[in-house]
Design a protein around this ligand. Structure first.
Ligand SMILES: Cc1ncc(COP(=O)(O)O)c(C=O)c1O
Length: 317
């Protein structure tokens, strides 16, 4: 269940498919120094047919491109071509297993005549994509969370609604704090003391059978899994609402769920040393988790076009 990612042999790096272990970047890469990059986390799952299906690829690419525009990064290709690159990369890596895709667009180097500094113009851009073999990494029996002492930055200070590399220092400090104290993950509050999100996931609570999650418009990433869960809840007839939550809502909830591409739909069974509900996954979270897992694995009809199927060569199977 818990697994360490295994890097795929082939990466897409600056316009070419290359040996992932041999790909290099200059030490002066601006994105490395200033956090001026934007990334995505995308999953593809092995279908019963033996092919792979990328989940909501278009939505992930749209979010990547929106972040790139914000940082004035020219990804050097079209969305259509990037879709083809992802499909081709999965074929070339040949993993017959669940995988994680990580596209990263970043500022590279100062162009001749540009004054040194942290500016976004006059700097070349680059795009790399790596694939790793990665199974589930959150235990299905539930996770234990800390309420972090780190606050999620206000979007007037940092655009946390985009997956900007530099912004993840905040998430890293929160996760480090949680893990150092023996917890699995951290839930961060925003500047107002309201629930923002977990280190790399959105937060839902269940109270009296009703699902509630903070609005997508606040100081948090508008998660694609979050949106998926809201859609699936509607399909299942589970009442759901978007409303601000505070720490008391977390501590008094019947169930708490984290949602993200990495963790899927993960039940939280303990927060800050208190059991959530009865201290085990509850019924609403369990049905949503199962429905989500069936959806990403193509075991429910793909009526919304969420799956991009990648046929693996017969020889690979
Ligand atoms: C800070 C943060 N919040 C929420 C999420 C969940 O987003 P998604 O469901 O699109 O993976 C992620 C993961 O990408 C994240 O990094």
């Amino acid at each position: 269940m818990t697994s360490t990612p295994e890097l795929g042999p082939v990466a897409y790096h600056r316009g070419e498919f290359v040996d992932a272990r041999a790909a290099q970047l200059p030490l002066t890469t601006q994105g490395l120094h200033y956090g001026t990059g934007v990334f995505e986390g995308i999953r593809a799952h092995l279908l019963d047919s033996g092919d792979l299906a990328v989940f909501r690829l278009g939505d992930h690419l749209d979010r990547l491109l929106a972040g790139a525009r914000l940082l004035r990064i020219d990804i050097g290709t079209t969305r259509e071509r990037l879709t083809d690159v992802v499909v081709e990369l999965l074929r070339r890596n040949g993993f017959v297993a669940d995988v994680y895709l990580r596209p990263l667009a970043y500022k590279l180097g100062l162009q001749p005549g540009t004054r040194p500094g942290v500016g976004l113009t006059g700097v070349s851009d680059a795009l790399s994509v790596v694939v790793s073999k990665l199974g589930d990494y959150q235990p299905p029996q539930g996770i234990r969370c800390l309420i972090s002492s780190w606050r999620r930055p206000a979007r007037a200070a940092l655009p946390v609604r985009a997956k900007i590399t530099g912004g993840y220092v905040n998430n890293a400090l929160a996760l480090d704090e949680a893990r150092s104290a023996g917890f699995d993950d951290a839930i961060l509050l925003d500047e107002r003391g309201l629930v923002a999100e977990a280190s790399t996931a959105n937060v839902f609570v269940v109270r009296d059978g009703r699902l509630v999650t903070p609005p997508a418009t606040g100081d948090r990433l508008p998660g694609i899994t979050r949106a998926t869960v809201l859609t699936l809840a509607a399909d299942l007839g589970v009442a759901a609402a978007e409303a601000e939550l505070d720490s008391t809502d977390l501590l008094q909830a019947d169930e708490v769920l984290l949602t993200g591409t990495g963790c899927g739909v993960s039940p939280v069974i303990e927060i800050a040393g208190r059991p959530v509900g009865e201290g085990r996954p509850g019924p609403v979270g369990t049905v949503l988790r199962e429905t989500y897992d069936q959806t990403i694995r193509g075991r429910r009809p793909d009526t919304r076009g969420w799956l991009t199927t990648v046929a693996l060569a017969e020889a690979l199977r």
